[in-house]
Design a protein around this ligand. Structure first.
Ligand code: PRX
Length: 635
């Protein structure tokens, strides 16, 4: 038997060594013993980071939904697969068993087929956190269509860009969504987006808030009657290991969002294996990840990883603050949640509310606490550990990315001793290294630099949709023969890793990855704006927040600064989404530039961070005089 479930530290080291020395033999054994294949592979791994080309389990045939659903029916048919907790607690939870999930996914798959969706077609999913979101994802996978989920908080422009980039034929959405006490007019956003998406010929609309929406004749269809009329059996399409499973967009430091492409077999094997170990999931545990399925965390650790293990996964529709800030703990208590996975920004927001709301509930079911999405600060770590985990549930600070598909560096709970703010040790099969700016590897302990990965792991993204060159340039060109993560990291005296943050122009706001360039583009669209530079600054709840330095075409416009601030933020909300709004806007007389005209963001970042003691030599700038002025008026 392979080491599918690691139970102590010695075993971790032993399995880790094996996974690094004989990666192919290691992953072959895991794949062979724990998954359902229609045909086994011809070759476990083929790779070349210089092209880059990565193939896992080539020649194998499978369908991921048979692994996530069908194979559980005999032993877990009546077990809850998805436990849906609605926004409004009074509505009551819905338990969807594996058997019911099987039928609902198949019905949905038949509806897709009836509307002309075939293997390889792209389907955009813009659905809030309701069961139809997970079901539509699985329905696409059932018939071999490639899903592209767009977080249902993105604006119509952001949605349209993503639909067009991957040429989606169909859009799945809802009439609206609940967000605490508010409702959001999702269908209105969709209608606006689709004005510039000629490729979409069908829109399937799930009914959630019963709002009065307009349905475009011939294009828009209510989902439920179609599901009711469809057969609940649909044969799974037999797919190749390296066929794309999904596209998921992530921000780059420049240009339009990158559609990361994940393929079927490697992604399945790695997310399932990491889920089992990083959460120490045992049969009958109730697992809850609070992320939105619109992000990679939800794809891998609400949908695919848990279901591939036959787990019960909670899907929560709402926000942490509704009806009050005790809601997360109420849900943990009500459903006896065993593993709880959330983001530092949520922890900080909840910590601010005081412990009474935590103490009101029985959290004794909790065995494992997880953190993901951004560095967790020491204070938040201790609050989480003391008040939620009661010093007995290990915190797994798990570092990974949309591009990596699955967890890369993490403590294994009850196996790896934790250390606040450290993601600790690489997961099985992962070979991280720390590089300096000259391209040299920093070996040994107590080193700090940029984090790369030396060897492929099964769930690494294979390309950027429609732009393989950009994939190569972004991840494989900074350092030869290595995947460059874009993150800084240090390795301490015992070999533990701590992620120190992005080293590029990506800023993580409340766990959301935001590229500065698209935000600047939106700001610059305002007719009064001459140019702008966006940087991050520390924020007590969001981790980082956005600081915009904006030069106006006509400095005399200063009388209307507050109006301008609102207009600029509205423009950002329209172009990208409310998550990208600027917390601070400073109007400047100019931006510091190099002699070649490049904006010196490093200086602006330091000013925003209120760390001006070491600005470096500014005398070589094209316009050194603006620096003092910016500092004097800094917010
Ligand atoms: O900077 C790292 C940060 O989030 C980035 C990836 O963002 P995204 O692709 O949206 O995926 C987020 C969820 C997997 C990383 O490059 N990040 C993620 N997890 C951590 C983290 N930074 C520090 N500690 C973490 N645990």
């Amino acid at each position: 038997m392979s080491n599918y479930h690691i139970k102590h530290l010695e075993e971790y080291y032993q399995v880790y060594r094996k996974s690094v020395r004989e990666p192919e033999a290691f992953w072959e054994e895991i794949a062979e013993e724990h998954f359902l294949w229609r045909k086994k592979w011809d070759k476990v791994l083929e790779w070349d980071f210089s092209k880059p080309e990565i193939k896992w389990f080539e020649g194998a045939k499978l369908n991921i939904t048979e692994n996530c659903i069908d194979r559980h029916l005999a032993t877990r048919g009546d077990k809850t697969a998805i436990l849906f907790e609605p926004n409004n607690p009074e509505e009551g939870a819905e338990h969807i068993t594996y058997k019911q999930l099987y039928h609902r996914v198949n019905q949905f798959a038949n509806v897709l087929k009836d509307h002309g969706i075939k293997k390889g077609d792209r389907v955009c999913i813009y659905v809030p956190m309701i069961p139809e979101l997970a079901i539509s994802i699985l329905a696409c996978a059932r018939i071999g269509a490639i899903h592209s989920v767009v977080f249902a908080g993105f604006s119509s422009k952001a949605l349209a860009t993503r639909i067009n980039d991957s040429d989606c034929k169909m859009l799945i959405t809802a009439d609206g969504s609940y967000r605490g006490a508010k409702t959001i007019d999702l269908k209105g956003i969709v209608d606006e987006a689709l004005e510039s998406c000629p490729g979409i010929n069908t829109v399937l609309v799930a009914k959630r808030i019963n709002s009065d929406i307009t349905m475009k004749e011939g294009r828009d269809k209510w989902l439920q009657p179609l599901l009711d009329a469809a057969s609940n059996e649909c044969a799974a399409e037999v797919m190749d290991a390296e066929d794309p499973l999904f596209i998921l967009y992530t921000s780059g430091s420049t240009g339009k969002p990158k559609g990361m492409v994940h393929t079927i077999a490697g992604y399945m094997v790695y997310t399932a294996y990491t889920f089992k170990n990083a959460f120490q999931y045992r049969e009958n545990d109730v697992y809850w990840c609070t992320a939105d399925i619109g992000w990679i965390t939800g794809h891998s650790y609400i949908v695919y990883g848990p279901l591939a293990n036959g787990a019960t996964t909670v899907l929560y529709e709402g926000v942490p603050s509704y009806p009050d800030f005790g809601r997360f703990w109420d849900i943990v208590d009500k459903h006896k949640v065993n593993q709880f996975y959330t983001a530092p920004t949520a922890i900080r927001a909840l910590a601010k509310q005081g412990v009474e709301l935590v103490e009101k509930y029985d959290l004794s079911s909790l065995k494992v606490l997880g953190s993901v999405g951004e560095p967790i600060n020491e204070e938040a770590w201790h609050w989480y550990n003391d008040n939620v985990g009661k010093n007995k549930s290990p915190i797994i600070d798990s570092w990974w990315q949309t591009e990596t598909g699955g967890i890369m560096i993490t403590p294994i709970p009850y196996v790896t001793p934790t250390k606040p703010t450290y993601a600790t040790l690489p997961f099985i099969g992962i070979q991280p290294c720390i590089m300096n700016e000259k391209g040299e590897e920093l070996k040994g302990r107590q080193v700090e630099g940029r984090m790369c990965i030396k060897f492929p792991w099964p769930s690494i993204a294979r390309t950027i949709w429609g732009n393989h060159q950009r994939y190569k340039d972004t991840y494989f060109s900074t350092y030869e023969n290595m995947y460059f993560t874009g993150d800084g990291a240090l390795r301490d005296e015992v070999g533990y890793y701590r992620i120190t943050g992005r080293v590029d122009d990506v800023i993580i706001v409340s766990g959301h990855n935001l590229g500065t360039a698209p935000i600047e583009d939106a700001v610059n669209e305002h007719p009064a704006v001459a140019e702008s530079a966006i940087v991050g600054f520390p924020h007590p709840i969001k981790g980082s927040a956005l600081y915009g330095y904006i030069t106006l075409k006509d400095a005399g416009e200063s009388r209307m600064h507050d109006n301008l601030r609102n207009e600029i933020n509205q423009l950002i909300a329209d172009r990208i989404g409310p998550i990208a709004k600027l917390d601070k806007i400073q109007f400047t007389n100019g931006l510091p530039k190099t002699r070649s005209g490049k904006i010196m963001r490093r200086i602006l970042r330091k000013i925003a961070e209120k760390d001006t003691s070491n600005l470096g030599d500014t005398s070589t700038l094209l316009n050194p005089e603006v620096v003092q002025d910016i500092m004097d008026k800094s917010l």
